[in-house]
Design a protein around this ligand. Sequence first.
Ligand code: PLP
Length: 501
Amino acid sequence: MSKDRMIEIRRQNCNPMTMKVTYYKKPVFIHQGYMQWLWDVDGRRYLDLFAGVATVSVGHCHPKVTAAAEQQLKKLWHTTNIYVYPTLHEYCEKLASHFPDPLKVIYLTNSGSEANDLAILMARLHTGNYDIISLRGSYHGGSPQTIGLTSNAAYKYPVASGFGCTNTMCPDVFRGPWGGSHCRDSPVQTIRECTCAQGHCMANQQYIAQLKETFATSVPNKIAAFFGEPIQGVGGAVQYPKNYLKEAYKLVREQGGICVADEVQTGFGRTGSHFWGFQGHDVIPDMVTMAKGIGNGFPMGAVVTTPEIAASFSKGLHFNTFGGNPLACAVASSVLDTIREDDTQQNSLRVGTYLITELAKLRDKYEIIGDVRGKGLQIGVEMVRDKVQLYSQKKIACKKMYCDAQTDQSRAVFAALYMQWVRKERKQGAYFPFYSLYKQKKLMLFTHSKEHRWVGISCSGKIVYSCNAWFSVPSFQSSYRFFHTVFLTCKTASSKSTCIS
Ligand SMILES: Cc1ncc(COP(=O)(O)O)c(C=O)c1O
């Protein structure tokens, strides 16, 4: 099918939103993928820095996962979980083994929004309370219920939705009113000064005071739940002060609520130091929701909770036709095995730490890079007009900066960034650790293999950013930052090679 025809169909027959969210001046016509690579219909190869919105956790068409899917396809495509079949039980046991007690009961869904919807319902039934608190800037899904948890004007509609959801201040130590140079659990801290004594985070206390204010003013005495991403994803890899979640969980439980960690982006080893993002905060949630990386692109999600909460929910009947379908379970089971065998968590830690550290050097050099943050391969680079005006951006300035950033400035910065890595690695003769990212966030396969080194060197000077690297700029909404992703186009002779079949 020709490209023109595809665009015509996209205009006429596809969800019109898809025309809106195409970030590229020239659309990318993706045709095939293999591990960290994507090929377009012309055979041009791309290093995938976006991983299908942080979803392809172990690599496009990973041979092992593909084989597992093929095997299951020949055996049994579908039956529902009212029947007993091995893949469902093998998978539930395997997934449960990745959680501390008492998180041992698993509900399988088909997406992250569906998982969060289910978590909302379970929290309300278990606690007998209705109100739910989430953080501003968060993204928890686009369904009528989760849209209330999601705190980002771009995803809101002027219709009644998300009843009982209240958004509280996000403890953003870079852009929020408080923050310093020791707050984050990241290899890189903010550029803000900090006078806090060791172990005493003033910013944390201020943000916790804001949460208390929300309890005092915006919700009833008893609440159902608090939802939080361990690191905000769509909101911009925003990290909270180190003890924020710990103290917030305590307060939420005092108000009768349960604590839900949305691991849709942070789960499955992306943050490097731990398998789950919540472990980096030294907390144990009452419920964990997940999707994206769980199936390496196979549509899947899950809620993991305690037997006690599950018991409250089992008073009614809950049925999900596709949740835990044999094919999904076979794929997800193989993904878990692959994460272990390919050691992608360790890879996220090693490569992510390197990237964050190198990016921070560029932040120190370029005025336009305001912040570099994150953990493992959940990395955010926040673009600013300049480091002084950072906290007084006007709407119009944001808009201009947003436009600038989409064109020359960001390209220059990111080209510089890329070239510096290349040069550094050349000089040292070390491996160039550029690989499929897990949404910088990106694929967790951004590794140090020989092939990767070849990739880096062969790309040097010939890399064209067909879009921006994954970065953020303050956007038209005050608390929301747009994020853009990149397909790095490797315009080398070899990159024109035909797809791996
Ligand atoms: C943290 C988080 N939660 C929930 C969701 C919703 O997941 P889905 O798009 O699978 O419904 C997303 C999607 O981006 C997400 O990033």
